[in-house]
Ligand binder design. Sequence first.
Ligand SMILES: [Zn+2]
Length: 346
Amino acid sequence: MRYRWTRGLVMLAVVGTAAVASVRRADSAAQLPAIVSTVPYIDTHAHLEPHPLDASVAAARRAMAAQNARMLIFLPPPERPTADPFDSEPLRDALQDSPKAFAFLGGGGTLNAMIEDAVRTGVSGPEVQRRFRERAEEILRQGAIGFGEMTAEHFAGGTPYQYAPPDHPLFLLLSDIAARHRVVIDVHMEAVPQPMALPADLPSPPNPGELHDNIAAFERLLRHNRAARIVWAHLGSDNTGERTAALSRRLLEAHPNLFLEYKLDPLSPGKTALVDADSRLTPGWMQLLRDFPDRFVIGSDQHYPAPANGAQRWERAVELLNRLPDDLRAKVATENAIRIYRLRRS
Ligand SMILES: [Zn+2]
């Protein structure tokens, strides 16, 4: 069914035999129809422009009502060391009035920078580990529900090129801390199963010409502490073409503590397509979701305020969600996020 809401009038029109297509809303003829989720959903991966942060939070609050989002989880982006990192403190202060609507991860501005620094210097001994642990535990005391956005392989874009082995001693330490506190780690990592040249469509510099392989090291991280829940961000938005359904299946089978967060960027489609032209999961990915229905969450990577460039990332995420069968939609929309991130049910 397709529901079209126009100035208070509700028109129902059956579109083919599809059980659920999408919900569109048009407040005025001047406004483009917006996509609305058919069920309340949780977006586990969103970002706030830091300056001014309160205005970004207000924009997110308005947007989530229009989207039918129930909760947004915000992450500070992964950064190299900077003099003025953006991390959990401003997020705590800006979000504390709305614990049901908003949550946050921490560490992108500081823990990730400490890992980047340790990779650059080669120093990750007891003193570095002590400071890393203290900072990680401070972030959790501030109310963060996990660690992110961390990165092991991040091409240059809004943030600089970053690389760290996913089995670096500080990543292993972070997984022990996450396990003890029963929180997640959100990892941005382009898939590089074997050493490879940078894909030809990406610029070098700032990216390196050759990429380190990272899947075997990622599996060492996943095996290091099975109580650490690791969410691999940005499924559907891969830039190497290596993040295939076959690789995802092998990793999900081998690692019960691995979860996948999907993102569909309308301006930069991933090289392994999750969806067809009608925003439906293609057969291989659909079968993977059916076989591992408890391991997928939405992580749109939407920025607030929403960039003024047409289609938004959250809209693509919701289009996919709206086309899932009811049982899978319920899991992907909220149930999995509630369980994996240990959110309150109400
Ligand atoms: Zn990311």
